[in-house]
Design a protein around this ligand. Structure first.
Ligand code: HEM
Length: 525
């Protein structure tokens, strides 16, 4: 998934002097707190043109900085660029001259971020996934029609679709029903780990691919009511699971390129774009096939109450048109694989390089699950308080989705500047979550900060929002939390995780995750 940040990547070629830093930070440096307000007087606000930021070059604007060959910078620099913007220009930074898209405005002020989120209205507009928007609204308009889902959809069609699916997807009772199924998938994953592990207990260099398959298998269980079979041994090349793995891998590797580089596919169907469309068509085919089977099953199922049904069965039972279920499944699959698998790569890496933290988690799990073979329940997961705090701290320090954003739907005062409607505001969570001003002792990795905060330590609620905020907040967050908790409860309760190679750097491919071979050593406890 690509929440905004996207083309924000335009690279900074030049430096601005300190005198050009934004109003917000100037005010903050002088007084210790921010005085501007988005609800401030539009007439008295400073002109938008005065917002600091890198200057575009003629014709190519700022997009050139990502062009192959002449561009000096890579997609992987996004996180660095985001920090650089703040260091160079202050708390509000404007990036103009991006070909084929509106200006981007980076806001590094948690108070202003809070105000923007809180006044976003009933149909927040998150600028994201331009490829998917084009695919849904132009290429396959015939299929998506008037209710094209939630991802890449805005205004009333988004609100109506989200309202119709939100309750079952977010209801704790529905999500809880998946502890068992996700545990079964995770047991299979652990069995597979045992098979691929070398004699010295080291996992293969491409272990991230295995995590990806586990995420695919989990999402198949949630969104399609099916075991896709991605964790099987020696899958034939033309088997359905292998084809799904390839399609998901293709999306992971190429969508960032399509979306973050100059958007030529908007004007001509480049080979990469043609393959993208083929891939998406394949995902639709898979969703339709499995949901049609679920529908047939539902016809003969005797459910006493709504809660006896699976997520997809609940949607199917309520909607006259199965298309709602097809499209929901597609949306969940599209954003529910890379997010979770990259988050898990990051969490496992952090566990492996922080043995003391891992030991605390192991002790907690050992206490909750004296017998590691018992089936997990909600009660077990609720008790894993330190484990959850660890995950939350990984999200603060290494936010998997490095930022979120909104397209302004009316003129707004931000940090004392009058920002016109239509500008895309970026909230760089990765930077704000690590700012001392908002988080006490921000450079220290400290899970306990999420458990009790009785030392008056600062933890601004809008500095680190891994799942976004408000009406558009992550629809899959309860499933994401559940999948991560089940995996950690199973893996860390029974294995010691280590990493004995060169430290890995984090980089953005699509998500923010460690870059390199995850050759963990996994020893049975
Ligand atoms: C750790 C993993 C994940 C992270 C960090 C994450 C993060 C996010 C964020 C930041 C947003 C944007 C929210 C906003 O605009 O305020 C989002 C949206 C969304 N996420 Fe997740 N997500 C994760 C996993 C998942 C999973 C597993 C699913 C599916 C089962 C999912 C489904 C969605 C959907 C459908 C949206 C779009 C919601 C809408 O626009 O109405 N996410 N996610």
């Amino acid at each position: 998934m690509v929440l905004l940040i996207q083309s924000a990547t335009s690279r900074l070629g030049h430096r601005l002097s300190r005198s050009c830093r934004s109003l917000c930070s100037e005010t903050l440096n002088a007084t210790g707190h921010v005085t501007s307000s988005i609800s401030g007087d539009l007439d008295r606000a400073q002109s938008y043109d005065l917002v600091p930021g890198p200057k575009p070059i003629p014709i190519l604007g700022n997009t050139w900085r990502l062009l192959p060959v002449i561009g000096q910078y890579q997609i992987s620099d996004v996180a660095k660029i985001s920090q650089m913007f703040y260091d160079e220009y202050g708390k509000i930074v404007r990036l103009t001259g991006l070909i084929g898209r509106p200006d981007l405005l980076f806001v590094y002020d948690a108070d202003e971020i809070e105000k923007i989120y809180r006044q976003e209205g009933p149909t927040p507009f998150r600028p994201s996934m331009p490829c998917l928007v084009h695919y849904k609204s132009e290429v396959r308009k015939d299929f998506f029609g008037k209710l094209p889902g939630v991802v890449g959809v805005h205004g009333e069609p988004w609100r109506e679709f989200r309202t119709r699916v939100q309750k079952p997807v977010l209801q704790p009772q529905t999500v809880r029903k998946y502890i068992g199924p996700i545990e079964v998938v995770t047991d299979d994953f652990i069995q597979r780990i045992e098979k691929i592990k070398r004699d010295d207990c080291e996992l293969p260099a491409d272990f991230d691919n295995e995590i990806h398959k586990w995420a695919l298998e989990c999402i198949g269980r949630v969104a399609l009511d099916v075991r896709l079979g991605c964790l099987g041994d020696k899958l034939p090349l033309d088997s359905e699971p292998q084809k799904i793995i390839d399609a998901a891998k293709y999306a992971l590797r190429n969508v960032a390129v399509l979306e973050l580089k100059a958007p030529f596919w908007r004007y001509i169907p480049t080979p990469l774009w043609t393959r993208y469309v083929k891939n998406m068509n394949y995902f639709i085919e898979i969703c339709m096939k499995h949901i049609d089977v679920a529908m047939e099953r539902l016809k003969t199922k005797k459910a006493l109450s709504e809660l006896d049904l699976s997520l997809i069965e609940r949607i199917l039972a309520k909607e006259s048109d199965p298309k709602m279920a097809y499209i929901l499944a597609l949306d969940l699959i599209l954003v529910g694989i890379d997010t979770i698998s990259m988050a898990v790569c990051s969490i496992l890496y952090q566990l492996a390089i922080r043995p003391e933290e891992q030991e605390k988690i192991y002790q907690e799990l050992k206490m909750i699950l004296p017998d590691p073979t018992v089936s997990l329940t909600t009660k077990h997961l609720d008790q894993a308080v330190y484990t959850k705090a660890f995950v939350r701290e990984v999200f603060r320090v290494y936010s998997t989705v490095i930022g979120n954003g909104r397209t302004l739907q009316h003129d707004t005062v931000i940090c004392g500047y009058k920002i016109p409607k239509g500008v895309q505001v970026v909230f760089p969570t990765l930077v704000t979550g690590n700012m001392e001003e908002y988080v006490t002792d921000s450079k220290t990795f400290k899970p306990s900060r999420w458990i009790k905060n009785d030392n008056n330590e600062k933890l601004h609620p809008f500095a680190s929002l891994p799942y976004g905020y408000g009406a558009r907040m992550c629809l899959g967050r309860r499933f994401a939390d559940l999948e991560i908790q089940v995996l950690l409860a199973k893996l860390i309760r029974s294995y010691k995780l280590e990493y004995h190679h060169q430290p890995l750097k984090y980089k953005v491919t699509f998500m923010y995750a460690p870059d390199g071979e995850l050759k963990f050593k996994l020893t049975k406890r």
